[in-house]
Design a protein around this ligand. Structure first.
Ligand code: ZN
Length: 221
């Protein structure tokens, strides 16, 4: 087993990109795996591939568009509009049911084949968006299940689990990739790179964190 090797579940967004550079600091060898689940905006996949290239890490793209056949949400179905505001009593319609469980499971199968015990994912529950599969309890449960299912000692690392968006910007800056994260990642539900459309829920969250961070920082280069 290659103890110092990690596989990052990578989407080309702010969180997973910050995780990628965190992993590069923590581990000797890092790879990325990215999922094409039929998301509306192909630009995400292009961004992910380009960032992996910049980081100098292997990039594997896995086809998972079968998800589209069994679940409907605004990220994969262009007929459903992204809700501008978070609903009160249910998760937002950007939730792709089962996505993190499936992605981490496929990532784990891929990782075991390469004898990589560390999996890194950018999920978090500090700025809880209502996605049940971003919660710590779920990740810990899946970690156990994966280990039992493959009889292999995976460790799922979630460096952003308890960080707010503001703290995630701070971490990107600490890792010296603030500008890269700001200009090259795609977080926007409308598929606009960098600062995005500015009004979808994801842009609002990202912007709030960025303003909080820039406002608090004493010296801005
Ligand atoms: Zn947006």
């Amino acid at each position: 087993m290659i103890k110092n090797k990690a596989l990052v579940v990578f989407s080309g967004g702010q969180d997973s990109t910050t995780c990628l550079f965190w992993a590069l600091k923590e581990f000797d060898e890092v790879e990325t795996i990215c999922f094409d689940y039929g998301q509306r905006h192909r630009i995400e996949l292009d961004a992910a591939c380009a960032i992996a290239k910049t980081a100098g890490v292997p990039f594997t793209l896995l086809q998972m568009d079968l998800l589209k056949q069994i679940t409907h949400n605004s990220l994969t179905d262009s007929k459903i509009d992204v809700e501008e505001n978070k609903p009160e009593n249910r998760p937002p319609n950007t939730l792709v049911e089962g996505r993190n469980m499936l992605f981490l499971t496929f990532a784990a199968i891929f990782a075991k084949g390469k004898d990589i015990p560390n999996l890194v994912t950018g999920v978090g529950q500090a700025d809880y968006s209502g996605y049940p599969d971003c919660r710590d309890v779920f990740i810990r449960s899946l970690n156990q299940t994966l280990n039992l299912s493959m009889d292999y000692p995976f460790t799922i690392h979630t460096p952003l689990m308890w960080k707010s968006k503001q703290e995630i910007w701070a971490l990107a800056d600490e890792l010296d990739v603030f500008d890269l994260v700001r200009t090259q990642t795609v977080t926007c539900y409308n598929g606009i790179v960098g600062d995005g459309c500015g009004h979808c829920p994801s842009c609002k969250l990202r912007k709030k964190g960025l303003e909080g961070y820039l406002g608090n920082e004493k010296v801005r280069r």
